[in-house]
Design a protein around this ligand. Structure first.
Ligand SMILES: Nc1ncnc2c1ncn2[C@@H]1O[C@H](COP(=O)(O)OP(=O)(O)O)[C@@H](O)[C@H]1O
Ligand SMILES: [Mg+2]
Length: 374
């Protein structure tokens, strides 16, 4: 997977930008608040349709602009194509592949595969379960169109069910009950697929993360447990469906009392341990950072395992927070696999690395303008 070129119009503080990238490492330096993260954000947006900093589309629009555009020339499995997203408050997002408009986001998101690591991600281990579910969702959405579709439908159903649960019965108790049953039947079908995909993914992902964590930490053992709100004895799809249905029956009254859906993958938790102790509760900052890095590297390998191609790796500021040995490890691990984008205020430590010709490009950013520095 290669992002060969990017063009931006009115995206954040970029009025107009056109840049070609190296197939290996692309280092982006500059003072604070010049546009380094904005550039990386545009790359991830082209991949997922979302800001990895959680910004709304309208905030990505340059203050003086009435639309923004991101266009990328991408090479995937030896074939080039142009991917284009534009946005305006009136029209919303307009998506194009090779100039041809696509109606569904699903046809576009995930074509450019990315794994990113930004300071916000340090919350992944420490923060609420939602962040860890989101990590799995983002990964699986990019890897599997079926997962992307299921997740979209599932979230919509959960929203509809929650609305229904919140409604006062006022003489439509019978109707409410039968409508809930309809929702629940669909939730079981789709939710079980989501759950099963996550379990299958974790089976591959966690051993990979464990290896990276062990090597990064000098011997500590990472493990993880997926706590599901659905109970099942074996992780076959049939068994999950059975457990899901059973759970919904058991929690019926509690769901009605609380007014929201309690059972299903939208309420699950991934717990991570180091040497058997919960990382969220007991991990040091260094251990948490190492864990996020190990998970991201594992995600990178997971893409390759499932799709045969390494994703584009986007690293915002994180290299400067790693000590020298971890930094070396990181560079060695990703070198020759993924195309990488690294942003940082000071990346001078990279200049002395024995790069091969054509492997790296250095860019400097100042006030929304990028120069290639050689
Ligand atoms: N929608 C926008 N329109 C114009 N400028 C913006 C917009 N959003 C953010 N900026 C500007 O972008 C700069 C921050 O860019 P960023 O890429 O986060 O910086 P850094 O180089 O430190 O990573 C700030 O100067 C901010 O004012
Ligand atoms: Mg930044």
């Amino acid at each position: 997977m290669l992002l060969k070129k990017i063009e931006l119009v009115n995206f954040r503080n970029y009025e107009q930008l056109s840049l070609s990238f190296a197939p290996g490492f692309n280092f982006i330096t500059g003072d604070n608040a010049q546009g380094k993260s904005n550039l990386l954000e545009s790359i991830v947006y082209l991949s997922t349709g979302k800001s990895y900093r959680g910004a709304h589309d309208v905030h990505l629009l340059r203050w003086q602009g009435d639309f923004f555009l991101i266009r990328g020339k991408i090479e995937s499995n030896g074939r080039d194509f142009l991917l284009e997203v534009s946005y305006s408050p009136e029209k919303g997002k307009v998506l194009k592949i090779n100039g041809v408009e696509k109606k569904k986001g699903r046809e576009v998101w995930g074509l450019l595969k990315t794994v990113w690591f930004s300071p916000e991600d340090l919350n992944l281990v420490k923060g609420s379960p939602e962040g860890r579910r989101e990590f799995l969702n983002q990964l699986l959405t990019q890897v599997s169109p079926l997962y992307a579709k299921s997740l979209q439908e599932y979230n919509k159903l959960v929203g509809q069910k929650n609305n229904l649960l919140k409604r006062k019965e006022d003489g439509f108790a019978g109707e409410k009950t039968s409508l809930l049953e309809v929702y629940n039947l669909q939730l079981v079908q789709i939710g079980s697929l989501i759950l099963k995909s996550r379990l299958d993914c974790l089976e591959k992902l966690i051993p990979l993360a464990r290896r990276f964590y062990r090597e990064l930490s000098g011997g500590e053992i990472l493990s993880a447990r997926y706590h599901s709100t659905v109970e099942f004895a074996t992780s076959s799809l049939e068994e999950i469906k059975r457990g899901f249905s059973k759970g919904l029956v058991e929690k019926k009254h509690e769901e009605e009392k609380k007014g929201y859906a309690l059972v299903g993958p939208h309420r699950d938790e991934l717990e991570i341990f180091v040497n058997g102790k919960s990382l969220r509760l007991f991990g040091s900052q260094g251990q948490q950072r190492t864990c996020v890095l190990a998970l991201k590297l594992a995600a990178m390998e997971y893409f390759q395992l499932t799709g045969g191609e390494f994703p584009v790796l986007v690293l915002d500021e994180v290299t400067s927070e790693l000590d020298e040995s971890r930094r070396e490890y990181l560079l060695r691990t990703i070198r020759g696999k993924s195309q990488v984008f690294v942003a940082g205020v000071d990346l001078s430590f990279l200049e002395s690395f024995p790069w091969e010709k054509g492997e790296v490009s250095f860019f400097t950013v100042e006030d929304g303008k990028v120069k290639e520095a050689r």
